[in-house]
Design a protein around this ligand. Structure first.
Ligand code: NDP
Ligand code: MG
Length: 367
């Protein structure tokens, strides 16, 4: 039985809070040795009381990234959980890999932006990249022991978000409050808006492409409003494996930490008799263009996924600040993507250039 010594980057967020819960639940398997927050120092200090031996770091202000890198490469750690919203975890993640730490990745944005670079670096340094995003954790579990040439497709489930049943014409009037009310998951603000536009699922398609080395045509999405089936893998013989659990991020976090073992916990089991029904339906691609924009970005590859991701981040901020409408989120992303000349096989510098170009371009369009 191996005890994981884990650094949590973004320990005060929704994922960070669930990760601390997992550490309290299975202390014989998970020890928190480091934690970061960005600006909420009081919350970090509070979290530090529970884990008094953990090293603490704040990432806002001058030298913030250096402090994250120092934490992510600290000698006493063997795993780093990247639970920072957006792309600020990218350099610390790469530094952790170079220092020989396994990664548990919740921050899908870094895999969308630089999935190839992260996965290549992990292979070179012989470290694991364990998915925490519930869909990818599910696929990871279903794939175990199966050869990748036996996979026909991976099928990501999507709750459909709060606007699943809204008529398309009403989306123009959607407010941040309405968009933040997720039907099945309680999450941070950015990912909640992404779930409402379906950009979250779009980002997850690209995330799956890199995590599991499957080309975009083999990545599918199906709407499953109950969020009980977390995702599925269809094999070449037509058999499908799925992973199910109650809707709680502690499940995928625990599996990433204890992999390849399974250990008992205090999480609520599924009560099949109490589940009214599990339903599936096709996504409304025409009304939620994020899915096709992401598929396109994933197929073209190069710097285009980084551009999609960066433009989306800026547009989500504008929507939350009431500076743009809900449909303006995907309209902005599409316009920024259309004016980008993608660079093929980009190195990290080219990716970071494309990211900052897209941020400026999106801000211009929204001003
Ligand atoms: P939250 O907004 O709840 O938390 C974000 C965390 O990151 C906080 O600890 C915050 O610190 C810190 N942070 C914010 N900005 C920065 C920055 N610029 N640099 C460094 N740290 C920063 O987000 P979530 O926990 O919801 O999401 C985190 C990641 O996990 C996202 O990439 C999301 O897509 C992914 N994810 C989340 C799921 C969920 O259920 N929430 C499910 C699947 C994936 P502070 O508190 O000080 O602001
Ligand atoms: Mg997810």
């Amino acid at each position: 039985m191996r005890k994981r010594r884990v650094v949590i980057l973004g320990a005060t967020g929704s994922i960070g809070t669930s990760a601390r819960k997992v550490a309290r639940d299975i202390p014989e398997r998970m020890e928190i040795v480091g934690m970061s927050a960005h600006s909420n120092e009081a919350a970090l200090r509070e979290a530090g009381k529970e884990f008094p031996d953990a090293k603490l770091a704040m990432s806002s202000g001058d030298g913030g990234e250096e402090r994250l890198i120092e934490l992510a490469t600290m000698p006493g750690a063997d795993m780093v959980l990247i639970a920072i919203v957006g792309t600020a975890g990218l350099r610390p993640a790469l530094a952790a890999i170079e220092a020989g730490k396994d990664l548990a990745v919740a921050s899908k944005e870094i895999l969308v932006m630089a999935g190839e670079a992260v996965m290549t670096a992990a292979r070179e340094h012989g470290v694991q990249v364990l998915p925490v995003d519930s869909e990818h954790n599910a696929i990871f579990q279903c794939l175990e022991g199966h050869a990748s040439e036996h996979v026909r497709r991976v099928i990501l489930t999507a709750s459909g978000g709060p606007f699943l049943r809204w008529p398309a014409v009403s989306l123009a009037g959607a407010t941040p409050e309405q968009a933040l009310k997720h039907p099945t998951w309680d999450m941070g603000r950015k990912i909640s808006i992404d779930s409402a536009t379906l950009f979250n699922k779009g980002l997850e398609m690209i995330e799956a492409r890199w995590l599991f080395d499957v080309e975009m045509p083999r990545v599918d999405v199906i709407v499953h409003p109950q969020s009980i089936v977390h995702s599925m893998v269809e094999f070449i013989d037509g058999s499908v494996l799925a992973q199910l659990s109650t809707t709680d991020m502690c499940f995928p976090i625990q599996y990433a930490v204890t992999w390849p073992d399974r250990v008992p916990n205090t999480l609520p089991p599924l009560d099949f008799a109490a589940l009214a029904q599990l339903t599936f339906e096709a996504p409304r691609r025409a009304d939620f263009p994020a899915l096709d924009l992401a598929r396109h970005a994933g197929e073209i590859g190069g710097t285009l996924p980084a551009v999609l991701n960066a433009a989306n981040e800026i547009a989500v901020d504008a929507f939350l600040d009431r500076r743009c409408s809900f449909p303006a989120i995907w309209q902005t992303v599409e316009r920024v993507m259309n004016t980008h000349a993608p660079v093929a096989a980009p190195d990290l510098a080219a990716i970071l250039d494309a990211d900052s170009w897209a941020r400026h371009r999106a801000a211009e369009l929204l001003s």
